[in-house]
Write a protein that binds this ligand. Structure first.
Ligand code: G3I
Length: 473
C-alpha cells in the first residue's frame, strides 16, 4: 500500500480549498506562475509539461557552437533526414541506422527525448522503393515500418508514421504509395501499432494550420474516420512552416483544438517563420499553450544557417548562434503561461469517468466526487485481467498539459495520459515491472494502493483545483 503524500497533504488540502474558493468566485481563472522565469526554451515549455524541440542534422554534430545551443535550449529532438526511408533502408532488406543512431545517442545521452521522422512518405524514398508499385510496394512499406520500428522499439516519444499524404484541396496526394490502395495510410498505422505499442503514432503534414483550408479538412476527416473505426492513431503533427509564402492564420488555435477534440494529441513539428516574425512566433506558441492537448513545439533547425530555407532567416538563432528577437518572444510566452491550470476544461465527458476503450471502463471516480482525497477505482478494461498501462520508453507515463489524467486513445492499450500535476515539470510516476502504477516520486496526484488490476487509486490534490476533472477519452 502506498504511503500518504510526504508533502503535507493537510497544507495542500487547505491551499486547494482556498484556490477552489477563489476560482469558484471567479477571482482567478489561471494559477499564477509560481516559479521564476525559465531561461531556456525547453525548461520554459516544461513548466506546463510541454517540450520544445528542434531538428538536428547528424552532419553538424561535430560543430560545438551548434551542439551547445541545441543541448542547452531544447528537450526534444527530431532527426532532420536521418530516420527517413532513404537513410534507414538504402537497399531492400538492408537497414542502416548509423546516422539515425548518432542523433538518437547524442540526444538521449543528454537526457533529451526523440521523435521519429518519418516512416511512410512519397519523398526521400530509396531508389529501389521508388521503382516499386502495387502489392510489392505495399509489402515493402510494411517491411520498412517493421524494420525501422523494431530497431527503435521502446525508445522514441513518437513516430511520424505517415508524412504529407494530402493535396492542398484535401484529396489524397497522388504517389506510388497512394497507388497501392486508399487504405495504405491505415495499414501503415496498424502495422506501426503492432510493431511498437508503446510509441505515439502521428500523422504529419504541412499547410494544415488554417482551419478553413481544404487540406486541413481533408486530414481532419481522415483522423475523424480513423478514430471512429478504431484505426490506431495518437497524434497529429502540424508542421507549421510559415515560410515559402505561408503565415500564421488567425484560426490556428481553432485548428489545434479541433484536432485535439477528436481524441488525439497535437504538436507543432517543423516550425519556421519567414524572417522569424516575432508576432507569428509568439502567436503560434500561445496557440499551443492554449490547447491542453498541444504537447510541444519543434523548430526545424537551430540557427538560420542550418535551415532548409536559410534565405528566409526563419529560426530563433542567427548564423552566429545569437538569440534573435523571436527567441525572446517565444520564451516570454512560455514563461508568461508557466505552470498554469487549463483555461478550458478537458474536452467532452461528464467529468466522472475515464473510458479506456470502446467498451469497459478503466478508472472511475465514485459518485462523481471532486473532493481531494477521493479514491478512484481502477477497473478491468475490456475484460482483460492483465490490465496494463502503456508507458513511455523510460517507463514513465506521459506527462503534459495542465491536467492530471486522461485517456488519450480510444483503443484498448492506448496510452493513459498523466498530465502535469501541481505544476511540477518533473512529474514522475513509478511503474512496476508489469506496467502498473505504483506511486509517484514527487508532487503526486495519484497513487495506487497496492499493485494489480482492480487496485484502488488515491487521488491527491492536482493543480490545487477543486474542480479536478477526468474526461472521457
Ligand atoms: O547529404 C547530401 C549531400 O551529400 C549532397 O552533396 C547534397 C547535394 O544536394 O545533398 C545532400 O542531401 C540533401 C539533404 O537535405 C541533406 O542536406 C538533399 O539534397 C536535400 O533534398 C535534403 O533536403 C531535406 C528535405 O526535407 C528533403 O525533402 C531537408 O534537409 C529537410 O529539412 C527537409 O525536411 C522536410 C521534412 O522532412 C518534411 N516536411 C518538410 C521539410 C522541409 O522540406
Amino acid at each position: 500500500m502506498a504511503a500518504p503524500s510526504p508533502r503535507s497533504p493537510r497544507l495542500r488540502l487547505l491551499l486547494s480549498g482556498a484556490v477552489a474558493a477563489l476560482t469558484a468566485a471567479g477571482v482567478i481563472a489561471v494559477m499564477p506562475n509560481a516559479s521564476a522565469a525559465e531561461s531556456t526554451l525547453g525548461a520554459a515549455a516544461a513548466q506546463s509539461g510541454r517540450y520544445f524541440g528542434t531538428a538536428i542534422a547528424a552532419s553538424r554534430l561535430g560543430n560545438s557552437a551548434y551542439t551547445t545551443i541545441a543541448a542547452r535550449e531544447f528537450n526534444m529532438i527530431t532527426a532532420e533526414n536521418e530516420m527517413k526511408p532513404d537513410a534507414t533502408q538504402p537497399n531492400r532488406g538492408q537497414f542502416n541506422f548509423s546516422s539515425g543512431d548518432q542523433i538518437y545517442n547524442w540526444a538521449t545521452q543528454r537526457g533529451l527525448k526523440v521523435r521519429g521522422h518519418t516512416l511512410a512518405w512519397h519523398a526521400q524514398q530509396p531508389g529501389w522503393m521508388q521503382s516499386l508499385s502495387g502489392s510489392s510496394l505495399r509489402q515493402a512499406m510494411i517491411d520498412h515500418i517493421n524494420g525501422v520500428m523494431a530497431h527503435y522499439k521502446g525508445k522514441l516519444a513518437a513516430w511520424d508514421v505517415v508524412n504529407e499524404a494530402f493535396n492542398e484541396d484535401g484529396s489524397r496526394r497522388s504517389s506510388n504509395l497512394q497507388g497501392t490502395g486508399n487504405d495504405w495510410i491505415e495499414v501503415a498505422f496498424r502495422t506501426a501499432r503492432n510493431a511498437d505499442p508503446s510509441v505515439k503514432l502521428c500523422y504529419n503534414d504541412y499547410n494544415i494550420e488554417n482551419w478553413s483550408y481544404g487540406k486541413t479538412q481533408g486530414v481532419y476527416n481522415m483522423i475523424r474516420d480513423f478514430k471512429s473505426r478504431g484505426v490506431p492513431i495518437d497524434c497529429v503533427g502540424l508542421q507549421t512552416h510559415f515560410t515559402g509564402g505561408s503565415s500564421l492564420p488567425g484560426n490556428f488555435q481553432s485548428t489545434l483544438s479541433s484536432f485535439a477534440a477528436l481524441g488525439v494529441d497535437v504538436a507543432l513539428t517543423e516550425v519556421d517563420v519567414t524572417n522569424a516574425s516575432t508576432s507569428q512566433y509568439a502567436g503560434l506558441t500561445q496557440a499551443c499553450l492554449n490547447v491542453p492537448r498541444c504537447i510541444g513545439i519543434t523548430v526545424w533547425g537551430v540557427r538560420d544557417s542550418d535551415s532548409w530555407r536559410s534565405s528566409e532567416s526563419p529560426l530563433l538563432f542567427d548564423g552566429n548562434g545569437n538569440k534573435k528577437a523571436a527567441y525572446s518572444s517565444v520564451l516570454n510566452v512560455l514563461n508568461s503561461t508557466g505552470p498554469t491550470n487549463p483555461t478550458t476544461p478537458p474536452p467532452s465527458g461528464n467529468g466522472t469517468r475515464i473510458l479506456g476503450a470502446q467498451s469497459g471502463r478503466c478508472v472511475d471516480v465514485p459518485g462523481s466526487s471532486q473532493n481531494n482525497g477521493t479514491r478512484v477505482q481502477l477497473y478491468d478494461c475490456n475484460g482483460q485481467s492483465n490490465q496494463q498501462w502503456t508507458l513511455t520508453s523510460s517507463k514513465q507515463l506521459t506527462v503534459y498539459g495542465s491536467r492530471c489524467l486522461d485517456a488519450a486513445g480510444s483503443g484498448n492499450g492506448s496510452a493513459v495520459q498523466i498530465y502535469s500535476c501541481n505544476g511540477q515539470t518533473n512529474q514522475q510516476w513509478n511503474v512496476n515491472s508489469n506496467g502498473t502504477i505504483t506511486g509517484v516520486q514527487s508532487g503526486r496526484c495519484l497513487d495506487v494502493w497496492g499493485t494489480g488490476n482492480g487496485q484502488q487509486v488515491q487521488l491527491y490534490d492536482c493543480n490545487g483545483q477543486a474542480n479536478q476533472r477526468f474526461s472521457l477519452g
